[in-house]
Design a protein around this ligand. Structure first.
Ligand code: MRU
Length: 340
């Protein structure tokens, strides 16, 4: 299943807020609609945010009436700024915009071909995603043994990417290779990406799985029901710190306490070698995500709420990072080498 695609200026993508009950495709006609869809979690997941950002820039170029490179560049930067303001944590979104703007700025060929060139650069990012996830999964599948019980958190599947998935990509490949596995999927409070999206994907693929609440992770590990953990990432720093869905750090600490390997699967577009832990903005979302459930208030009125969407797992809790270029230790030298 392709989560997002380009059709002559239109962006067709799954509305992830409607899953698992309805598989609805949205038609996004302009970058403003893309920005809204990201803010409202209709489009989510780090690699997919990168793809959506790229397609918003593609739309800008595709529909532009600008006659000069300078004018189109101005429009592209404006769209870039709007998309950058949607969600602050997943670096793929920023990396996609930076990559496209850099290529556009460096363009020196015929002016009449500039628009097409920009659209092509944007589409390349989207098209490469599926290949990268496939390559990453091929590397990661080596870590999966017959009979493994694998715990995953949030949704790092095809719905979080253009196709195939990262952490769920590895799991998908192991299953398709015929390995007997079982997945433990955490529901992932408060927006339930695990219960709604990961469970939807696993069921569709026929992969055996058990859905648990986030607070059951310690119990299932203590009961020796889990062999390893694989999660995705929204940003991985040069220091090896992994930023991912809130709850990931707790799982990593529990995994270490129980002597279980904790793997992170992410494409190289999820690395950020510029920022330090202190500089990364952890998104804080609407308190209603916690005080309400399916639109119904579940907490008393006027309670103080803290709702960070992501947390930071230090490198000493991470056994390995699975990328499309190989599996590395969360160490600065290895990270810099793989990005060269
Ligand atoms: O808030 P979300 O749903 O965008 O968060 C998604 C995650 O945290 C995923 O684990 C991460 O983006 C990796 S997706 C391959």
């Amino acid at each position: 299943m392709k989560t997002i695609r380009w059709e002559k200026g239109l962006i067709i993508t799954v509305d992830q807020t409607k899953l698992p009950n309805k598989l609805v495709y949205l038609k996004l006609r302009n970058p403003k609609q893309v920005a809204e869809a990201i803010k409202n979690m209709k489009i989510r997941g780090a690699p997919l945010l990168g793809a959506a950002a790229a397609l918003a820039l593609a739309q800008t170029a595709y529909f532009s009436k600008s006659k000069t490179k300078k004018k189109l560049l101005k429009e592209l930067r404006k769209t870039g700024e709007m998309i950058r303001r949607t969600r602050p944590t997943a670096v793929n979104l920023f990396n996609a915009i930076d990559t496209i703007l850099k290529k556009a700025e460096e363009y020196e060929d015929k002016p009449e071909n500039f628009k097409d060139f920009v659209v092509r650069c944007c589409l390349e990012i989207v098209e490469s995603d599926a290949k990268i996830n496939h390559a990453l999964s091929l590397k990661g599948v080596e870590l999966i043994e017959e009979g493994d019980h694998i715990l995953t958190h949030c949704n790092a599947g095809e719905l979080a990417t253009v196709e195939y998935g990262t952490a769920l990509g590895v799991i998908r490949m192991a299953y398709r290779q015929g390995k007997k596995i079982e997945v433990f999927a955490t529901e992932t409070r408060p927006l339930l990406q695990g219960a709604r999206l990961t469970a939807f994907e696993l069921k569709r693929e026929g992969i055996p799985f058990v859905l648990i609440t986030d607070s059951m992770v310690g119990y299932v590990m203590q009961k020796k029901m889990v062999d390893k953990v694989i999660v995705g990432a929204d940003r991985i720093l040069a220091s090896g710190h992994v930023i991912n869905k809130i709850g990931t750090y707790s799982i990593a600490v529990l995994a270490k306490n129980h002597g279980l390997p904790f793997y992170v699967a992410a494409p190289t577009s999820t690395f950020d070698v510029e920022k330090s832990v202190e500089e990364v903005v952890i998104e804080e979302r609407d308190p209603k995500e916690i005080t309400e459930f399916l639109g119904k208030r579940i907490a008393p009125k006027n309670v103080k709420v803290f709702n960070p969407a992501f947390d930071v797992t230090p490198p000493d809790f991470v056994t390995g990072i699975i990328t499309e270029k190989g599996i590395i230790r969360p160490e600065t030298e290895e990270i810099r080498k793989i990005l060269m």
